[in-house]
Design a protein around this ligand. Structure first.
Ligand SMILES: [Zn+2]
Length: 257
């Protein structure tokens, strides 16, 4: 990435925002993932600190790190023995696995996206017992503390989902716009489908596959995907109107061209 920035036209941040990481960007471009060996320990620790500051947390999971950090989880495991050793070395708290660690700083966005995820897995509105099962990241008591009752939490969740989930428009930024125009056929939206849009699409489609009609509500083995009707690579946008619910089987069978 340093080498790219020396000779390329855009800032590294543009690639990270668009592709999640530099290696994802290389991947999309069909280039080999760059394996840097012997990254100094201080650089690894500094990146943990940078991510902590960015997300405002004293501890975090490897998943959350990977979404925001520069390096892969594997590097930390190899260099420090474990994720928690790496966190300790950087002066952070031990991270406990989801569900067992009673995090006080889970924000509403996280609480809501968890409901969306559980709802999606079940294909129907989750009960309190569903939230207390291992498919949920957070226990229902967490929702009660925040919203008073479980029912209030569901009401707040639906409001959240309906408030502006129709499109995920790119944040205006000169450099990003140049990038979109030159490489993305003038897309107005990102390719990624956020939790709100996923939920709204599935709810509109009654949590059923648009092709075969199957739903996890009646068949727990069914996994639902949200799919671009007009493929993103063909200029289709990430908007509710261009999204549909498909089961994993039908989605795999669908040609992207
Ligand atoms: Zn299907």
């Amino acid at each position: 990435m340093d080498l790219y920035e020396k000779y390329g036209n855009f800032q590294r941040g543009v690639f990270k925002r668009r592709f999640g990481s530099w290696n994802n960007a290389l991947n999309e471009a069909g280039l080999k993932i760059l394996k840097r060996n012997n990254i100094p320990e201080t650089e690894l620790i500094d990146d943990l600190k940078r991510v902590a500051q960015k997300i405002g947390r004293k501890t975090f999971s490897m998943d959350l790190y990977e979404n925001n950090g520069q390096f892969s989880r594997g590097i930390y495991k190899r260099r420090f023995g474990s994720w928690n050793n790496a966190l300790s070395k950087a002066g952070f708290q031990i991270y406990k696995k989801m569900g067992t660690y009673n995090r006080m700083d889970a924000n509403d966005e996280e609480l809501f996206s968890n409901i969306a995820m559980v709802w999606e897995k079940l294909g129907k509105q989750p009960t309190q017992a569903n939230l207390d099962s291992n498919i949920s990241k957070f226990h229902s008591s967490k929702y009660k503390r925040r919203f008073g009752t479980y029912n209030n939490a569901l009401i707040a969740f639906v409001k959240w989902a309906e408030s502006g989930g129709k499109e995920n428009i790119e944040i205006p930024n000169l450099k990003t716009e140049i990038f979109i125009n030159e490489s993305d056929k003038g897309h107005k939206t990102r390719r990624d489908i956020n939790w709100r849009l996923r939920f709204l699409t599935m709810r509109r489609d009654n949590f059923k596959c648009k092709y075969c009609g199957r739903s996890p509500a009646t068949d727990p083995l069914i996994i639902l995907h949200v799919d671009h009707i007009k493929a993103w690579t063909n200029g289709g946008e990430t908007i509710l109107e261009n999204l549909q619910t498909l089961c994993s089987k039908c989605n795999t069978g669908k040609s992207n061209l």
